[in-house]
Design a protein around this ligand. Structure first.
Ligand SMILES: [Zn+2]
Length: 467
């Protein structure tokens, strides 16, 4: 944006340099005085003595109209002067008020007194006056304080102390009064938006069904990164709501607010869990032997920010108010009685994190058993491998047929498979290792049992076997 700034006052000046008329000289006709009209020294027309009044009326009317339109007192930005023409020059020119007025309409522009906010020497925006500029700058700092404090309180929960240790604008900001083009004068709100976003334009996109940050960025020729920058308040960009409004313009602020705040808050210390194995419990069973209780600590944190974004954080002090206790969990490790083939053995000792059956809107066709990546997985019974490889959401998976297709077991999300289609496998033989492949949110084995092509609850099956 460029602003034409008049550092010195150019008042509406209509210099009429009248040469005294000779006494008794006849008025009108060829003997009438003629004047050249000049705008900033450039000649734009010729008027006669009797047209001067009409010219003055035009200029007064023009200024009044501009002032009404701008809602404030406006002046002509140029100097308008009349120069008398010598009688010989006057004879060769035809005076025309209408031609002169037409030329003035395009040559003259309105200016008004205002105050520019100058950032590092560059006039960025103009407002009505110094007081407006000063209160707008104060408002920017006040809003910044409020916004940062609100965010910290929401994020930290129990805040017992909050203080700004410093808040300043990184740029050199001055207020400069002068005359400016009337159309450049902004409201305080528009000026604030320009200082903080680089523009007062607002282009938004309303999210419709099925859209993602990626598809919205692509359809507006933006990168996902710039779309994120344009929407810094977006908490979870993966969860867009239908009807939500996104900014499409990346802010390029003229001002950088630099702050440091000190906050004291109470933080929960989560308890840790210790697992003990218990051969009195079945492998799919888990029992809390001693419940864990979270602790609490008082944290003093100093955070440096730029335009609200965290630049650095430093923990000044931590005081433990209450230490957490360890939770002790018993994990079942009782061997499944194995009375020959037809009885399944448990494929992996680990905690069952998801049972067979309904899981929200989905149906979970097996059990999930969590264990570190690389933990061996064994075949639940003897049989023949009928599938080994990548199996869509199951990732790396192996299917074992335990007899004519009647009973089939499936081992999914493996990190490594040791057997191929057609391989014979014995009950308890290692067939692969726990992994996190396919649609999986952490290392675990997804174990399925299918009887006559239908999945059954493996734990029910094992319970019946164990009786
Ligand atoms: Zn699963």
């Amino acid at each position: 944006m460029s602003l034409r700034c008049w550092p010195y006052l150019v008042a509406f000046t209509l210099f009429v340099l009248l040469v005294p008329l000779a006494p008794g000289a006849p008025r009108g006709g060829a003997s009438e005085r003629m004047f050249a009209v000049a705008v900033d020294g450039r000649r734009v027309g010729v008027v006669s003595m009797s047209q001067v009044e009409g010219l003055e009326r035009f200029l007064e009317h023009r200024v009044r109209m501009w002032s009404v339109r701008a809602g404030r007192q406006v002046r002509v930005g140029q100097s308008v002067r009349l120069f008398p023409l010598s009688s010989s020059a006057a004879l060769q020119e035809l005076p025309s008020l209408s031609a002169t007025v037409a030329a003035l309409r395009t040559a003259l522009t309105p200016v008004t007194a205002g105050a520019a906010i100058v950032v590092d020497g560059k006039a960025v925006v103009v407002v009505a006056d110094r007081a407006t500029a000063a209160s707008l700058l104060e408002g920017i700092e006040r809003d910044y304080r409020a916004r940062v404090e609100e965010e910290v309180r929401r994020q930290r929960g129990r805040v017992s102390e909050f203080t700004f240790e410093g808040l300043s604008i990184a740029q050199r900001v001055e207020i400069r009064e002068g005359l400016f083009r009337a159309e450049d004068v902004r409201s305080a709100d528009a000026a604030t938006r320009i200082l903080l976003r680089g523009t007062d334009k607002l282009i938004t996109h309303t999210v419709s069904r099925g859209e993602s940050l990626w598809s919205i960025a692509a359809s507006h020729r933006l990168t996902v990164d710039s779309l994120r920058k344009a929407n810094p308040d977006l908490k979870n960009p993966d969860l867009l709501q239908v009807g939500q409004k996104l900014n499409l313009l990346v802010p390029e602020p003229y001002l950088t607010l630099v702050s440091t705040e000190r906050v004291v808050f109470t933080q929960v210390i989560p308890f840790t869990t210790r697992v003990v194995y218990d051969d009195g419990l079945w492998p799919w069973e888990r029992a809390i032997r001693q419940p864990g209780v979270p602790g609490e600590k008082l944290v003093t944190l100093v955070t440096a920010r730029e335009n609200g974004g965290v630049k650095s954080t430093q923990v000044l002090a931590e005081k433990i108010l209450r230490a957490p206790t360890v939770q002790v969990v018993a994990q079942g490790s009782r061997p499944i009685p194995s009375r020959g083939t037809g009885r399944l053995t448990w494929p992996l000792v680990g905690s069952v994190t998801s049972l067979y059956g309904r899981r929200g809107r989905e149906f979970h066709p097996g059990v999930d058993i969590a264990a570190p990546i690389g933990t061996p997985v064994v075949a639940a019974d003897s049989g023949v491998v009928i599938s080994s490889g990548w199996l869509g959401q199951y990732g790396q998976a192996i299917l074992v047929d335990h007899g004519g297709g009647k009973v089939v077991t499936l081992y999914a999300h493996l990190s490594r498979r040791l057997l191929n289609v057609g391989d014979r496998v014995d009950k308890g033989q290692v067939l692969g290792y726990v992994g996190n492949t396919g649609r999986s949110t952490g290392p675990h084995l997804h174990f399925e049992v299918r009887i006559d092509g239908k999945t059954v609850d493996p734990i029910q099956l094992f319970r019946q076997q164990a009786e």
